[in-house]
Ligand binder design. Structure first.
Ligand code: F6P
Length: 543
């Protein structure tokens, strides 16, 4: 990547955008649409089956041109090529960043430290497929000879959020004879509730952890082993009821899982970018190897699009730039992700880790403190539920919240009445946010004077509508890769490293210190601040 000599906010491209913001930042979408009858069709990109309508954003053609120039000047294209080539762009961890290699076609070549990693990726995919088929057709049996009926994925962060999101999203494609559960939290309630109606003889645990040292996952895995062995008695049963997904073979065998039952991945796959690796084993068991391949192919299409498409028609780049426009020029603090698809109910939670663990950074790659805003807060819920909850604030509150609406033309359940109403609602929300309802209109309708201010919708609230055909495995692959690369685009412009996560470490270290203080039989000597000390004492007294 080209070395940046000037601070980001002093570059010509940034300054020009600031001036442009001063000029058009206040323009109302009503006016922008009134001035250009074709705006709604023109400001939309159709690619890979995604109709990406960004016309309801507070932008002009000039805005897009200037944002694209910013991305070009930031070297987004060269940075992406370096990532795809396997360069060690995660410099604080000295690692390549190659989640894209997870969906690279057989026969291609991507070198890390002189070794082509693609054959290794496909070797693991083949082993996963073989195993998934056996579980799905009942030929993988438990210790007592009973087929497996329950799959429990134990993992947290990237080893949970991707798998649970994908399972929910693609439930329509899942093997209906198998139950899937996901345990992540250290809170024992998570494990206890997940297994309370399960028979250990029919249950398979997938212990998913890149490091195989994560406190939550290892605690849950040990509890799972005790729970299973209480019924199965024989420690040899572990081999039939536990498999591991990890990069750490040593810890896997120390736990007692035969490494023959381990599915590996590599340090160049970040946790939050790992759902297409062996971390997706539960997904593959649920939807089958062919559908898993279709999901990979969808992501691969988006990878190619990201690498090749001109920036003004490049979906991840556009998405990243629009987010940056509000974040850095309008001062927006959050982005709402609002899928009008109940199966995507865990998508916002998945995106929170992807976006916020990646770009929630306060220094640049070279360690310089940053004096501009980096990653915004992502949040959301599926529509229409959110409409009856927090949309009030988006419509009439004092905060500007750009929204990502995601919706599909086809409903696999073929409940047409529901689907038309669902889609009517998402189109209506985007329309209402953009155009609002003016005072004059209310008065024309004879609304009482005192109620007019309350019933007015100022509008000018931006949104993207992504209309896709159907929520298939391929569509999910595209959607995930779309957000992955938009995060990358923003990270490259903000000059941060989106691939480390040092911010999660301090809490882990402190919890490691406090844990024994809570457990100790004798009164511990406490050396925390007075608030933490008091909380510890109170907990010890009441527990
Ligand atoms: O919380 C930090 C984190 O390292 C995430 O980045 C990661 O996805 C999660 O913990 C789980 O880590 P592991 O897969 O090693 O258990």
């Amino acid at each position: 990547m080209a070395k940046n000599t000037k601070p980001l906010t002093s570059t010509e491209e940034w300054r020009t955008l600031e001036a442009h913001y001063r000029k058009i930042g206040g323009a109302h979408l009503r006016k922008l649409f009134a001035e250009d009858a074709k705006r709604g069709e023109r400001m939309a990109v159709s690619a890979l089956g995604i109709y990406f309508d960004y016309s309801k954003h507070r932008v002009t053609d000039e805005t897009i041109r200037l944002l694209v120039k910013l991305a070009e000047a930031a070297g987004v294209r060269a940075a992406a090529e370096a990532m795809f080539r396997g360069e060690k762009i995660n410099i604080t961890e000295g690692r390549a960043v190659l989640h894209t290699a997870l969906r690279a076609p057989k026969g291609s070549s991507i070198l890390v430290d002189g070794e082509n990693v693609v054959p290794r990726v496909h070797a693991v995919l083949d082993r996963m497929s073989d195993f998934a088929r056996k579980v799905r057709d009942g030929s993988w049996v438990g210790h007592t000879g009973k087929p497996i009926r329950n799959i429990v994925n134990i993992g947290i962060g990237g080893s949970d959020l991707g798998p649970v999101m994908a399972y929910e999203a693609l439930r329509h494609y899942s093997h209906r004879g198998l139950n899937f559960r996901f345990v992540s939290n250290i809170d024992g309630a998570d494990f206890a509730e997940a297994v309370q109606d399960l028979n250990p003889k029919e249950t398979l645990f997938i212990v998913a952890s890149k490091t195989f040292t994560t406190l939550e996952t290892m605690t849950n895995a040990r509890t799972a082993r005790d729970w299973a062995l209480k019924v199965l008695k024989d420690p040899a049963a572990v081999a039939k009821h536990f498999v591991a997904v990890s990069t750490n073979a040593g810890e896997v065998s120390r736990f007692g899982i035969d490494t023959a039952n381990m599915f590996g991945f590599w340090d160049w796959v970040g946790g939050r970018y790992s759902m297409f690796s062996a971390i997706g084993l539960s997904t593959m068991i649920a939807i089958g190897p062919d559908n898993f391949q279709a999901m990979l192919a969808g992501a691969r299409e988006m990878d190619e699009h990201f690498l090749k498409a001109p920036f003004e028609r490049n979906l991840p780049v556009l998405m990243g730039l629009l987010g940056l426009w509000y974040n850095n020029f309008f001062g927006a603090q959050t982005i709402a992700v609002l899928p009008y698809a109940q199966p995507l109910k865990r998508f916002p939670a998945y995106l929170q880790q992807l976006t916020m663990e990646s770009n929630g950074k306060r220094v640049t790659v070279d360690g310089t403190a940053i004096d501009y805003q980096t990653g915004p807060v992502y949040w959301g819920e599926p529509g229409t539920n959110g409409q009856h909850s927090f949309y009030q604030l988006i419509h009439q509150g004092t905060k500007l919240i750009p929204c990502d609406f995601i919706v599909f033309s086809k409903d696999p359940n073929r409940l047409a009445v529901h689907h038309d109403l669902l889609v009517a609602n998402v189109f209506a929300q985007a329309e209402a946010l953009a155009f609002g309802k003016a005072e004059q209109e209310l008065r024309r309708e004879g609304v009482e004077d005192r109620l007019v201010p309350h019933k007015t919708f100022a509008g000018n609230r931006p949104s993207t509508t992504m209309l896709m055909d159907e929520l298939t495995p391929s569509a999910l692959g595209k959607l995930v890769a779309l957000y992955e690369h938009s995060v990358f685009t923003q990270g490259a412009i903000w000059r941060v490293n989106p691939f480390d996560q040092w911010g999660v470490e301090l809490g882990k270290v402190l919890a490691g210190r406090i844990g024994p203080e809570l457990e100790s039989e004798t009164e511990p000597e406490l050396a925390h601040d007075s608030s933490t000390n008091a909380l510890i004492r109170r907990y010890r007294k009441n527990k």
